[in-house]
Design a protein. Structure first.
Length: 218
């Protein structure tokens, strides 16, 4: 593998180009929308990277909807059944994958209606978010950002994984969230997202990201 350092701005530019081209191909073959996972621990900044892609993709004529996995959490009674700081529960039970599939990924996929729900659950109020559905036309891009998104069979067309070394993960995780570190260790060991994601970004230093590429890739 080859590690290619890249600036944050150039990373956004390069990802924008890749996703815009992939969205055109999806619309031609489907017609469908492009379903993109931007996966990474909170310390890696997946939400921020996905948000940074929205305006450049729109500037290229791609309708875009950014969805955060934290808006598709399960109710507190289910998330906290084993306590508020249980890493196994965080790994297995926090994200409502069925809701994300039903309300976002399947409607955005081939033959889908394009009628997507931007959020399902307000975790702070612990109630349904009452969001209104949004129509995403063919050729559009839905960016789903968050942690632990890969390996569960969710139907993404393009997967981007922000990789942190164990030391960087521990250094950059806020003290109040350190209880979740075993979940990310388990994810790295059991799922190994960097081994199959379409795009892998080393994100140890947010100011100096790097793309992980096969040897000889131009």
């Amino acid at each position: 593998m080859r590690i290619r350092p890249i600036s944050p701005d150039l990373l956004v530019d390069e990802l924008t180009g890749r996703l815009a081209d992939a969205a055109i191909r999806a619309a031609t073959a489907g017609p469908a929308r492009l379903r993109v996972a931007v996966d990474g621990a909170p310390a890696a900044g997946a939400d921020g990277l996905a948000a940074a892609l929205v305006d450049p993709l729109r500037a290229r004529g791609r309708p875009v909807l950014h969805i955060r996995a934290t808006d598709f959490l399960r109710p507190a009674s289910l998330r906290f059944e084993l306590g508020r700081t249980n890493p196994d529960s965080y790994y297995e039970n926090w994200v409502d994958e069925a809701g994300l599939r039903r309300e976002v990924l399947e409607p955005a996929g081939p033959g889908g209606s394009g009628r997507l729900l931007p959020s399902l659950w307000d975790a702070d109020a612990d109630r349904a978010s009452r969001a209104r559905y949004v129509d995403l036309p063919p050729g559009g891009v839905v960016l789903v950002s968050g942690a632990l998104l890969l390996g569960g069979g969710l139907p993404f067309d393009v997967t981007v994984h922000l990789e942190l070394t164990p030391a960087a993960l521990r250094r950059r995780t806020e003290p109040a969230q350190e209880w979740a570190l075993p979940a990310f260790d388990r994810y790295a060991e059991e799922v190994v997202p960097a081994s199959f994601a379409d795009v892998v970004v080393r994100a140890d230093d947010p100011r100096r990201p790097a793309l992980v590429e096969p040897d000889g890739d131009d």
